[in-house]
Design a protein around this ligand. Structure first.
Ligand SMILES: Cc1ncc(COP(=O)(O)O)c(C=O)c1O
Length: 383
């Protein structure tokens, strides 16, 4: 791999990614291996918690607020627009349940979405809200089909930045423009996009976005971000309200209920402190390297994966338009069972997964030529 951006990726690999000692790891769309620094934070948290209990808590709480600044910076949001959540699913539910629905409203989404971006909206049927699903065509979800599914009842378009099983990348700028013009709120499930792709909520007027950190953002499970555009904060019904949701949360009189005027009102109880501290270390790594450089590098490796897979006799599933592609590379080969392919790759130390009947390869910044060679040999050997 060439090094076009001036970052020493080999050193980064050696210093920060112990996973490379054993595996050629291509499964970031499933779950990330932790960078060394993010694992160290977890060890340090456990040590301090065991030795000092609550004594170190104020410093850790201050660190959480610094992490909020970093997360906000990553997506160009205001810190008050960021709430920490325990999963993408959690974030989707907070918006689906809190949205100011009227009987007869509808939500539009894609039929191939991950279930967590379908069930919370389906669950609104008892409140008179229906979900309309658009099918893809040849691996593409056409904007015209989304438009055709909308009418005056449509209040929300909920879509993944990148589809988990096909790797199709939605054009968020076009969708945001469309939603703005129609007065429809745009919810983005960003867990398969954020990291390999850049999201700037100032440039792209998204209303809501949720992403857990455990895939492309290289964090542990159970710690992620919810973005709520400022002008929505007062318009949504806050769900999961608790001691931490109110102004002066540490010493508020019991009978005074004044919600914070920020997205922190959704952080009702104690933080997942170890998870968020570790997530913060991973976000710090992104910011240190530069999110644009990270994105470039991951997409470059994904391109290399497509090339070697084609050379190894596999067909690349999905749209061939560059703008539709993401860091998720989806492969198929006639007569090959993708589950068996995953098992065979695994035997050779190559980690990948099978989703919806196809082989899914999802690289990250630290994969190198050696990993690619192992993947190629693995793909060639599957019969
Ligand atoms: C697009 C998408 N959304 C949501 C999820 C679920 O994420 P979480 O477990 O953080 O709720 C996944 C998991 O694979 C996903 O791919």
């Amino acid at each position: 791999m060439n090094n076009s951006i001036g970052i020493d990726w080999d050193s980064l690999r050696g210093d920060e990614f112990p996973v490379t000692q054993r595996w050629a790891y291509f499964d970031h769309a499933a779950q990330a291996p932790l960078p060394r620094r993010s694992a160290d934070v977890l060890h340090a948290w456990a040590f301090e918690q065991a030795h000092d209990g609550v004594v170190g808590w104020p410093a850790r709480e201050r660190r959480i607020e610094a992490i909020r600044d970093q997360v906000a910076l990553l997506v160009s949001a205001d810190r008050d627009e960021i709430a920490f959540i325990s999963s993408t699913t959690h974030g989707i539910g907070l918006i689906a349940e809190g949205f100011p629905w009227r009987d007869g409203d509808s939500v539009v989404s894609a039929a191939e979405e991950y279930p967590s971006n379908l069930y919370p909206w389906m669950n609104l049927a008892s409140r008179g809200v229906s979900l309309r699903l658009v099918e893809s065509r040849d691996g593409r979800i056409e904007i015209d089909d989304l438009i055709a599914a909308m009418d005056d009842s449509t209040r929300v378009l909920s879509i993944s930045h990148v589809e988990f099983a096909s790797g199709f990348r939605h054009d968020l700028d076009a969708l945001a423009e469309l939603c703005l013009a129609r007065g429809v709120a745009l919810f983005v499930d960003a867990i398969q996009g954020l990291g390999p792709l850049l999201i700037d909520v100032r440039r792209t007027p998204i209303d809501f976005m949720a992403a857990d950190g455990h895939k492309w953002l290289l964090g542990p499970e159970g710690a992620g971000l919810l973005y709520v555009r400022r002008d929505w904060i007062e318009r949504l019904r806050p769900i999961g309200v608790g001691w931490h949701s109110v102004v002066g949360s540490y010493n508020s009189p019991r009978n005074e209920f004044r919600l914070k005027d920020s997205a922190q009102r959704w952080e009702g109880g104690s933080f997942n402190m170890p998870g968020l501290l570790s997530f913060g270390a991973s976000v710090g790594l992104f910011l240190e390297l530069g999110p644009a450089a990270v994105s470039c590098r991951i997409l470059e490796i994904a391109r290399a994966v497509r090339e070697l897979a084609a050379a190894a006799g596999w067909t690349i599933y999905g749209s061939t338009r560059e703008a539709d592609r993401s860091a998720i590379v989806v492969l198929e080969r006639k007569g090959v069972d993708p589950n068996k392919a995953v098992r065979e790759l695994f035997q050779q130390g190559v980690v990948a997964s099978c989703r919806r009947g196809r082989l899914r390869i999802s690289p990250h910044v630290y994969n190198n030529q050696d990993d690619l060679d192992r993947l190629r040999a693995g793909l060639e050997g599957i019969g």
